[in-house]
Design a protein around this ligand. Sequence first.
Ligand code: ZN
Length: 97
Amino acid sequence: MCRSGCPTQDHASWGECARAANLRVAYCGIGGGDATVQKQWDSELELYRQARAQGIQPEGTTRNKVESALRASDAAGLAFGKDFKTAAPLPAGAEAV
Ligand SMILES: [Zn+2]
C-alpha cells in the first residue's frame, strides 16, 4: 500500500505512508537554528536519562530541574525523588512524609 518513493514500504495504508513521509520531511527540513534547539533538547534528555539510571527522579526533564536534582543527590548522598523529595534533605533519622 506504500507510495513508490517510500523507503520503508511497511505502511498499512497509503495515508499512513504519506503521513510518515510528511513527518520525516518536516523533521529533516528543520533549519540550523531549530536543529540547535533539537540538540539541546537531546542533551537535556540524555542528562535526565543518566539521572534516572542512578535512581534519581528529577521533578522535570529540563536541564535546571535535572541538574538541581543531581546536585541535591550529590550533597545528600541519596537519590533525589526516590530517597528524598525536598531540595534540603531531611536530617538523618527523620521520617520522610
Ligand atoms: Zn510507506
